[in-house]
Design a binder for this molecule. Structure first.
Ligand code: PLP
Length: 375
């Protein structure tokens, strides 16, 4: 059997239709978008058309959309600006955030620029909203709340509207890492009380190294990266034209097929849960997989045995790609900070399976069969 790729929360394959629209900008149409001659202006037009398309899909204004190098840069920009430019001296986040958020807030905290609080996590991996409200009410200072929309390891989804309303009530700024949901969720930003959201092309069959930062029109910040006047002085550096064009096309395709693809992928996730429960003893699922959860992610804990300790390694030998946590931590010795926060059971081994429209039930049958041999 060929490789089975169940790690779509880490990254996804580029859609050939996306590559097709990128190709001219990788070859003939290499003009610099900042050049004044028409050959450069063609590249500029491609970027602005991409911005319009992305804005329309997210129901935002084109002036609120900035292209970056990815989710990490977008979150760094938003969080740092909230502290440096918007007067936030207290950050409320959660222990379940991606390192793009956690390491940024820890950095600001270590430099003495912001106090830091973590919202309590409930056993099902959702955040304790009462604790969030308590922390907001007790914070007498300008506060930034940064909480992710869907967790990349367990799939739990935040009620972004409720959190946004709470932030409004207490005058806090709200940034949400939406890297796992842009391209997988129907956004309506004009009716969502959020100041910043982020996106990353490679999570929905677009290119790597290109991302999105939405900055609500009522917010004015300084750039994180200084230099030229690209992205209306918000993000210096010659634009990643083919990446931006690819990002927009990938988002258009994902949006057009959302109903069908999300239902199909959710079916795969549920099927895998059923098969695992039926065929393997002692499996459990982290988070709230059948509740408020992203349809692409399934986090499974297996009983720890001498054999299962080598699970990821053995899956790899059988050409099955899955991960222990987020891609950036899968090689680390400490295990996943997310799994530690929701299920700190030393007698279990946790694997994240994450699906795309290219996966099939036959692949799940094959993987479950192999898992039976490995546990
Ligand atoms: N936030 C989350 C939730 C992610 O899953 C990722 C994935 O890598 C990132 C941020 C970082 O995005 P990027 O790889 O585009 O920097």
């Amino acid at each position: 059997m060929e490789r089975i790729y169940f790690d779509n929360a880490a990254t996804t394959g580029l859609d050939p239709q996306v590559l097709a629209v990128m190709m001219p900008y990788l070859t003939d149409k290499f003009g610099n978008p900042s050049s004044i001659y028409s050959y450069g202006r063609e590249s500029r037009l491609a970027i602005e058309n991409s911005r319009k398309s992305v804005a329309k899909i997210l129901n935002a204004h084109p002036a609120e959309i900035f292209f970056t190098s990815g989710g990490t840069e977008s979150s760094n920009t938003a969080i740092t600006a909230a502290v440096h430019d918007l007067g936030c001296v207290h950050i409320i986040t959660s222990p379940l955030e991606h390192h793009a958020t956690l390491h940024t807030v820890e950095h600001l905290h270590k430099r003495g620029e912001a106090a830091l609080s973590y919202v309590n996590v409930l056993p099902n991996g959702h955040l304790d909203m009462e604790d969030l409200e308590r922390k907001l009410a007790a914070s007498g200072e300008k506060t930034l709340v940064t909480l992710m929309h869907a967790n990349n390891e367990i799939g739990n989804m935040l009620d972004i509207h409720s959190v946004g309303e709470l932030c409004k009530l207490y005058g806090a700024l709200f940034h949400s890492d939406t890297v796992q949901t842009v391209g997988h969720f129907p956004f309506d930003l004009r009716n969502t009380p959020v100041h910043f959201i982020t996106g990353s092309g490679h999570k929905f069959h677009g290119p790597k190294g290109v991302g999105l930062l939405y900055i609500n029109e009522n917010v004015r910040i300084n750039p994180l990266i200084h230099g030229g006047s690209q992205e209306r002085n918000m993000r210096a550096g010659t634009e990643n034209v083919y990446g931006i064009v690819g990002f927009a096309r990938a988002l258009e395709l994902a949006t057009a097929a959302y109903e069908q693809d999300s239902a199909y992928i959710k079916g795969l996730k549920i099927y895998m849960m059923e098969q695992l429960k039926r065929q393997l003893k002692g499996v459990s699922f982290n988070g709230d997989p059948l509740g408020r959860s992203l349809y692409t992610v399934l986090s499974v804990s297996f009983p720890k045995t001498e054999r299962s300790e080598m699970l990821l390694f053995n899956l790899d030998i059988h050409h099955i790609c899955a991960s222990g946590g987020s891609a950036c931590t899968s090689g680390a010795e400490h295990g996943s900070h997310v799994i530690r926060a929701v299920n700190n059971n030393p007698n279990q081994v946790t694997v994240r399976f994450s699906f795309s429209k290219h996966n099939t039930r036959q692949e799940i049958d094959h993987v479950v069969g192999k898992l039976k041999e490995m546990i």
